[in-house]
Design a protein around this ligand. Structure first.
Ligand code: AMP
Length: 456
């Protein structure tokens, strides 16, 4: 998500910002811009480039804009769910962008329907809009705070009205939102790499339970909820974020490299190993760290065809497997005859690792030892990462030894949770922690409502 307040090229800058955030979702993209007090949306399915290829930004002149790239988790990928969603009432309009998952969405939807609301989308984003406008309330800090208080879950929101921009983060801070400045214009983004893209400077992160209001008088902070212990999604560091982003003041590349180092300490390479390789792109940092710690050469053993999309996001298993095949190729000249340590950032369903081990063996690797730079993922995520059932998680159903056998590896080891925390958290004594629910089963938010999944 991206938002900018008070810049003459607001829509164009949002477009560049969304480009930097493209890795967070490839199913759809949209921008809403305030053109002379009127909110105008441009949205479409697919990548940012496809959606905006015919847009003349000169025609979208406005000083305030928000944008979103969509990553849906249950195949609800129709155009009606592409954000930002735009709502009009007799008195005012609002655009809403949301990321994460509202756990009590099903319940809230039911309540709204009983009171006469008819919702247009299957996305839980719409629920907040209805809650804000309930009883004909104006859209302001008070009504937004009141509505946010009804939500349980992991969420970040950016809201644009004709004269204000709001940003909010859930009380547990499961995801992140950062605040930047470009000249005098405030910028909000899901990841700091979007600031670098447009030349903005980082100011600070939005705090859990904080509602930020930006208007022509500047930026104001208020609290809609008490801050809970911070439990930032560990998968943000493991896989989701771009390495040049800082999440909660920690650089993502540096944390991944450290995960690799911790992994090498916990599960060293066999003494006769020759090289360390990583699965591009998200495992490269950890592979460099593992190699450095082990004193082994880091090699480019796999290359990636950058024109094929992310495999994980494809809806069916068959498409996913085909996707891996098209995306990654072994560098035979490097692999042949070697004992290879292959680092991947995570194993979810096991599709990627299985295919890669096979590929490396076909390319002549003597041995393939798999080291995973995160703990094994054994529990579904209820907060917005696409891992929603026990059945699909290979580590929920098999031991490490069985996984090694299934994927054809000579050995396998996962990073411990302690190692992960050491790599990511600067100060483990303060009130800052990680959400490792998918690894440990310790869910920071108590309710789990599987029936809500289709409303992501
Ligand atoms: P799998 O093939 O299902 O085991 O998926 C593991 C691969 O998907 C790893 O190589 C990761 O880089 C990547 N991955 C892990 N988590 C996610 C996620 N939430 N969304 C997309 N890709 C992911």
């Amino acid at each position: 998500m991206f938002g900018i307040w008070g810049h003459e090229k607001a829509a164009e800058l949002t477009y560049y910002g969304l480009h930097a955030l493209q890795h967070r979702g490839q199913e759809g993209a949209g921008i809403v811009v305030n053109v002379g007090g009127e909110l105008k949306a441009h949205k479409g399915l697919n990548l940012v480039n496809d959606v905006f290829k015919d847009v003349e930004f000169d025609q979208l002149q406005g000083r305030y804009a928000i944008g979103h790239v969509r990553y849906s988790t249950q195949g609800q990928d129709g155009i009606e769910n592409v954000q930002p969603l735009l709502f009009h009432s007799q008195t005012e309009s609002m655009a809403l962008a949301h990321s994460g998952n509202i756990i009590n969405a099903y319940e809230l939807r039911g309540q709204l329907e009983k009171q006469g609301s008819i919702l247009q989308t299957s996305s839980d984003t719409e629920i907040l809009a209805h809650l804000i406008k309930r009883d004909g309330q104006d859209i302001n800090e008070r009504s937004i705070s009141k509505a946010l208080n009804k939500l349980h879950g992991a969420y970040t929101y950016i809201i644009l009205t004709k004269d204000k921009l709001y940003a909010a983060l859930d009380p547990h801070g499961i995801f992140t939102l950062s605040i930047g400045l470009l000249g005098d214009s405030y910028v909000i983004a899901s990841e700091t790499c979007a600031f670098d893209q447009i030349g903005a400077t980082f100011v600070r992160d939005v705090l859990p339970g904080e509602l930020i209001t930006i208007d022509n008088n500047g930026l104001k902070s208020s609290r809609f909820a008490k801050q809970e212990k911070r439990t930032l999604c560990a998968m943000e560091y493991v896989y989701l974020s771009r390495p040049d982003s800082n999440e909660n003041y920690v650089n993502v590349h540096a944390s991944r490299k450290q995960m690799g180092k911790e992994l090498a300490k916990e599960a060293p390479a066999p003494t006769n190993a020759d090289i360390v390789i990583g699965v591009p792109d998200s495992s490269i940092s950890a592979a460099i760290g593992f190699a450095e710690e082990s004193g082994l050469p880091y090699e480019m053993g796999i290359i990636k065809n950058r024109y094929v999309g992310r495999t994980f996001i494809k809806p069916s298993q068959e498409l996913r497997e085909q996707g891996v095949k098209m995306k990654l190729s072994p560098v035979r000249g490097i692999i042949e005859g070697k004992r290879v340590i292959m680092i991947d950032d995570s194993i979810v369903r096991g599709t990627t690792s299985k295919r890669i081990v096979q590929m490396l063996k076909d390319a002549g690797a003597k041995e393939v030892h798999v080291r995973i730079a995160s703990p094994s993922i054994e529990h579904p995520c209820y907060y917005g990462i696409d891992m929603s059932t026990y059945e699909e998680l290979i580590a929920a159903n098999h031991t490490a030894g069985e996984i090694a056998e299934i994927i054809g590896a000579d050995s396998i080891a996962f990073l411990s949770e302690d190692g992960l925390e050491k790599a990511v958290l600067k100060d483990r004594s303060i009130n800052q922690g990680l959400c490792t629910a998918c690894m440990s089963g310790g869910y920071p938010i108590k309710e789990k409502e599987e029936k809500n999944f289709h409303f992501v």
